[in-house]
Design a protein around this ligand. Structure first.
Ligand code: SAM
Length: 307
């Protein structure tokens, strides 16, 4: 028992925990205003487990899908069991790093001949986190004028976005991917208005108190096209990126005022880093391939307008 003084319990010296969690030594660190961007060249499992538990507010990421995509370094053709074991391992480390009210936005695609990948990845994450929402990232969509209704004001049928053409008699063009929103308890509060959309029928705004802002919840289908590029090797030198608008919307949905540090353990060209740069949020990115890492760093610098 601690000795007691005459004036009450003895004071026990305590070590103040630092306000800002300590981070492992990074390859590159960029400071901009109040935000710090840390970039790691290495293995995501290794770096994630060196982060202070609970220190990451949100993770927005897209791991390799094990669909035989040609990355520069990573071999995307693991035996299915090994791939799913590894998925479970990195998600468990990510869950440890997440704050109790954090979010993991996990983007996964599939291919027609291997349609279960995305669902298998979500199942591998299931022991570690709660599946709170399933968002469909719509890359391309066709809306017929007649179905949109007169109020939409379409002058013709609409077909927008980019899709992966598939030449087949049995499969459709692939125009969506999953974004699984996982959280530690399934109760992470969200800022639905931050990615809300205008009511089409403005009479609802007057009728419902919850509609006072004029915005309704967008729902779980998000149309986000890729930017059109002229030269793949020059403009987007990576085989599997998402547009920065995708992480931006995930982060807004999580709630910008609750974001201290965001992470992407599969950085690629740094789309999540660029979104954080635009939003002024501190970031941790991990990438095993040095060329991709350097490209991500230079894209982040450009978004921050620092040299
Ligand atoms: C689907 S891509 C991510 C693309 C990124 N979302 C973007 O928009 O640019 C996956 C990335 O993870 C990297 N990677 C694969 N295994 C890794 C590991 N164990 N540790 C760190 N990075 C890894 C690959 O090199 C690849 O760049």
């Amino acid at each position: 028992m601690a000795p007691r003084s005459r004036c009450g319990p003895a004071r026990i010296a305590t070590v103040q925990s630092p306000a800002v969690p300590r981070f492992p030594q990074s390859h590159t660190t960029i400071k901009s205003g109040r935000a710090t961007f840390r970039f790691y060249l290495g293995d995501s499992v290794d770096v994630l487990q060196r982060l202070v538990p609970g220190s990451i507010s949100a993770i927005v990421t897209s791991p390799p899908y094990n669909l035989g995509i040609r990355y520069r370094t990573y071999d995307d053709t693991l035996p299915r069991d090994r791939y799913l074991e590894w998925t479970s391992e990195w998600v468990s480390r990510a869950a440890q790093a997440l704050s109790p009210t954090g979010s993991l936005f996990l983007n996964v695609g599939a291919k027609p001949t291997d349609p279960w990948t995305a669902m298998d990845v979500a199942q591998a994450a299931r022991p570690h986190l709660h599946l709170q929402n399933t968002i469909h990232w719509i890359k391309s969509i066709a809306i017929e004028k007649a179905l949109a209704g007169a109020r939409a004001g379409l002058s013709d049928d609409l077909s927008v976005g980019h899709y992966k053409p598939i030449n087949s008699r049995r499969f459709l063009h692939d125009s969506h991917e999953f974004v699984f929103h996982f959280s530690p308890a399934g109760t992470t509060p969200l800022d639905r208005q931050a990615v809300g959309v205008k009511y089409q029928d403005q009479s609802n705004v007057a009728r419902w108190r919850t509609a006072a802002s004029g915005l309704r919840c967008r729902g779980n289908t998000w149309f986000i096209p890729y930017e059109t590029i002229q030269n793949r090797e020059k403009d987007r030198p990576h085989p599997a990126t998402f547009p920065p608008k995708l992480p931006e919307m995930c982060l807004r949905l999580h709630g910008l005022d609750r974001l201290q540090v965001v992470a992407d353990p599969f950085l690629g060209l740094g789309s999540t880093a660029v979104a954080c740069a635009q939003l002024g949020i501190s970031f941790v990115g991990i990438e095993m391939d040095e060329r991709y890492l350097k490209e991500a760093i230079s894209r982040t610098r450009a978004a921050l307008r620092v040299s």
